[in-house]
Design a protein around this ligand. Structure first.
Ligand SMILES: Cc1ncc(COP(=O)(O)O)c(C=O)c1O
Length: 417
């Protein structure tokens, strides 16, 4: 077992910059995190036909890739049910876009989200399978969530009393959220037994599951696993029902088979990105990026030597050279850092992003000839070339692959292809 940080979010291509690990990435002061918009209860209506002509950006969800990744995760997990994590607008794919599609897949046993709005949007978009809200439900939302059968995570010492007071006719479905050492959410394992006892004894609650999460630090994960097992043993000894046990995110699916328990709980792998060590994970089981960010070229122009592009004049032409302007920017979720090595696919060719990525535009250099025309489709992110696949792009420009997907703007129209 290796120790130390997992080199996460890498390119997988030789010659690319060193990938960043998720924790190192979060610690890096230089990182600019785009503000996160709330999950919309409904994504904008999209008509496939309109995508054939629109120049404004759009997002395509590749249904075949999604199905392939689900099958791959199921295989890696010994066919255990998958609780699909669809937080942050399903990692950019769009909750309402993929809800019914995931729900219909027999390998999917249920869903997990981190916001009340996401749970509601998911149910209202056609998901019929169990939904777990891995967050504190506000008192005012408990009834609405209960109406939709959403399972509530409990961990606060007063949660049993609080929910008893809010429950009505039927018992509320709940899951124990155990903090085995991540130190982010949940009840510390060494203090958990009294809550488990109280919930088990309550007529107002039905315990459907017990879960924990890993810090994704190989050696420490083993310690967390040991603590989780010890709690399970203590509860079982007292005949406390824990329901379905689950712990493994995508990293755990790939690297921690001992944590697969009764179900696995991955997010990013379902959407076709490797969670921690892309080369190693690809060798174990190949994923297919299930999302494309696209738009059409809106301007083609030749620069003269000395002409610059965009804010800051970070790029100044040293010769006559052609450029194409694309109506995609950081407000759409395309990272500002793309100028540090990001490339865009147009007409089967890759072109470098130059100058600056502004809120709604970026510019690519297309060479000595006008190799693109107004109306040509540009793909920024997707399966179509290794350079624009999520892990590669993230690694090339030095951002987290999680950020790359989760920052795709919820307001972009989404279409399933
Ligand atoms: C509690 C919990 N479980 C599972 C996941 C899924 O993680 P991943 O996308 O790395 O598979 C997340 C997402 O970060 C999470 O917060």
């Amino acid at each position: 077992m290796e120790s130390g940080p997992n080199p996460e979010h890498g390119s997988g291509l030789s010659g690319m910059p060193t990938p960043l690990d998720r924790r190192a990435f979060l610690a890096a002061a230089a990182v600019v995190l785009a503000p996160r918009s709330p999950a919309p209860r409904r994504a904008p209506e999209v008509h496939v036909q309109r995508e054939a002509t629109r120049s404004d950006p759009w997002i395509e969800v590749d249904a075949a890739a999604l199905a392939l990744n689900i099958a791959t995760v199921a295989r890696l997990s010994g066919s255990r049910p998958i609780l699909a994590v669809v937080k942050n607008n399903a990692y950019g794919l769009g909750i309402s876009t993929i809800a019914a599609r995931l729900d219909a897949n027999s390998a999917i046993g249920g869903f997990a989200v981190v916001r009340t709005d996401e749970a509601i949007a998911l149910r209202d978009s056609g998901a019929r399978k169990p939904i777990l809200l891995m967050a504190r439900a506000a008192d005012a939302d408990v009834r609405e969530l209960a109406t939709r059968g959403v399972e509530l995570a409990i961990w606060a010492e007063d949660d049993v009393k609080r929910l008893e007071a809010l429950s009505r006719d039927a018992p509320l479905p709940v899951q124990f959220y155990i903090d085995s050492g991540m130190g982010r959410m949940g009840l510390p394992d060494y203090r958990a037994l009294p809550l488990l006892r109280a919930a088990a004894a309550s007529r107002a609650l039905t315990v459907t599951g017990t879960f924990t999460e890993f810090a994704e630090s190989a050696e420490y994960d083993q310690e967390q696993l040991r603590r989780f097992h010890a709690l399970i043993a203590a509860a079982t000894n007292e005949r406390i029902r824990l329901g379905r046990l689950h712990a493994a995110s995508s990293n755990g699916v790939y690297h921690l088979p001992a944590a697969h328990f009764d179900a696995v709980r991955p997010g990013i792998a379902l959407y076709g990105a490797y969670p921690s060590r892309p080369d190693e994970e690809r060798a174990k089981a190949v994923l297919q990026p299930a999302v494309r960010l696209r738009a059409r070229v809106v301007r083609v122009e030749r620069l003269r030597p000395g002409d610059g592009v965009s804010y800051g004049r970070n790029y100044v032409a040293d010769r006559h050279v052609w450029t194409a302007t694309l109506p995609v920017g950081h407000s759409d979720g395309y990272p500002r850092e793309a100028v540090k090595g990001g490339r865009v696919l147009i007409n089967g060719r890759l072109f470098p992003v130059i100058g600056a990525v502004s809120a709604s535009h970026c510019i690519v250099e297309i060479g000595d000839e006008p190799a693109a025309a107004i109306g040509d489709v540009a793909t920024f992110l997707g399966p179509d070339d290794p350079a624009i696949q999520p892990n590669t792009l993230a690694g090339a420009v030095g951002v987290s692959v999680y950020d790359l997907l989760m920052h795709l703007s919820p307001s972009l129209p989404r279409v399933i292809v």
